[in-house]
Design a protein around this ligand. Sequence first.
Ligand code: ATP
Ligand code: MG
Length: 649
Amino acid sequence: MSDQPKIYPVPEEFAAKANLSPEKYKEMYEASIADPEAFWGEQGKRLDWIKPYTTVKDVSWETGDLHIRWYADGELNVTANCIDRHLATRGDKTAFIWIGDDPDECHKVSYKELHAAVCRFANVLKKLGVKKGDRVTIYMPMILEAAYAMLACARIGAVHSVVFGGFSPEALAGRITDCDSGVLITADEGVRGGRKVPLKVNADKAADLSNGTLKTMLVVKRTGADINMVEGRDHWLHEAAEDVSSDCPPEPMNAEDPLFILYTSGSTGKPKGVMHTTGGYLVWASMTHEYVFDLKEDDVYWCSADVGWVTGHSYIVYGPLANGTTTVMFEGIPTYPDASRFWQECDKHGVSIFYTAPTAIRSLMREGEDPVNATSRKSIRLLGTVGEPINPEAWEWYFHVVGDARCPIVDTWWQTETGATMMVPLPGTTDLKPGAASHPFFGIKPVLVDADGTELPGATEGNLLITDSWPGQMRTVYGDHQRFVDTYFTAYPGNYFTGDGCRRDEDGFYWITGRVDDVINVSGHRMGTAEVESALVSHDAVAEAAVVGYPHDIKGQGIYAYVTLVQGVEPDEALRKNLVQHVRAEIGPIASPDLIQFSPGLPKTRSGKIMRRILRKIAENEFANLGDTSTLAEPEVVDDLIENRQNKG
Ligand code: ATP
Ligand code: MG
């Protein structure tokens, strides 16, 4: 088996100033599990309530009567908490630093300015007839108006559904009709990596495809491109905002009124319209943001996600603003104009906390260390990752090359469904093990079970369940409560089933091994995809790898590996053999790939996750039935994969 993973103690300089200590974590965690009512009753006070709650938790996970309610009789407004309450003490503090795709473009917005912008935007929505409870779709590039739009909805009690700006007209239309959204907010064009994205053109097509659902479009001018405006349906934001007031009182909302709907990435199937509500979600987003990022008042915090997925909701907009943080919003991509971009911007703005995805780290690793070493990065004190298990190779690179071994890495495991972070090595509280999501956040009790639901004690591996509710848990699949019940609460009654596999090591650290659906069974040995992929990526020639099972006459399932090589390495038979040897040495003969396909790219979701279900279909020779591919970032890569499939037959 592979060597014991490395263990890094908390860097001393960091530990000296950390908000939490191992003892404090233990004490708070135990309190949160022993008496959730008391713990969450207290945590709810981090928000300003218009009408204080008198009940805390009202939850049943019984499939016949499934309901999840937190602070259910309280009233509040999310934007009053994210903006208004900071005005007295932080009015001139920078709320957003917006960094354009073009390195020369940058803009700062204070909390005061944010207040005015959001109020004006909210008044425009009112003028267009948007009412409390209406669903508003937001299809935007990463410009400030995307955040203003979300907050403007929250201000007046409309429910936003943000659709990533890279999605096709079909994917957009599907989401518009699924939640019956009559209003779309978009821009003329987006700009990413020096290229224009035709958002309005796509939006027009989506409107046609929505069978009359879409009645109103509000358009933000980003590039000034010549676009088609439909009389009576389409409105320019800057025109509509000309005569509106910069004051708009926050709508009092019940804690359980919906705040947003967000469709999952679609890695495993048709995206689910995950619905989050107002009070519990904001308590959870704000609390996790504070503790996960060891937050200090003067931090400059940068989460490089897109607002089109949940990380952007909880950790660019709602969590940071609820905490009065200076939060960065980045329009571009990590490799434009070159692979130094992230670190140059960190130097320029004094970024102290940087949070990104393993896929971004791997893409930068491919370019070598020089682009990183050309920058200082002295302001950074904490690094984070989210989205997929981070393979130890990428972790080590992030830790040593980017963070100069000074900065802890918070590997945050969570899901659109969970609202915010569920497991994480909280900074200052634990040693770091590269690739481990490590320990549960406050209030979260993870359990590992076998396929029959029998709890597995001690060091073990199994399906990951959560045994009790937390305030930021999704409340339903929009318009399909039964799908909510079936997907998460039916396989293991009384528990929330995450769909992820997980290992607990002898020190009690948790390691996400990948999705349960992706587990490979070779000659009776169950293997998570993450482990085999990590072994492949630890080879010098490999940039990225994805592993799936395929039917194998003798073993039941064989291991099919898709491998992307680092820049400049040519694939050949010798390398193929070498990689097989390498995996044998790292994990053992049982994990040897049977087939290796070299591929220039892998199919990924728009949020950068590898879509193994498509790779599985290709490996199984079932190209005709690839399932929902609407969330693929680059559908072209699939053709190449099919063409160069190994062992054709
Ligand atoms: P769908 O549910 O539509 O298939 P998805 O699961 O990719 O899509 P998300 O909610 O964006 O949609 O992703 C959550 C999943 O991402 C988790 O269930 C887990 O598999 C993976 N994940 C996220 N963060 C981590 C992490 N730090 N370590 C390991 N896995 C992670
Ligand atoms: Mg999922």
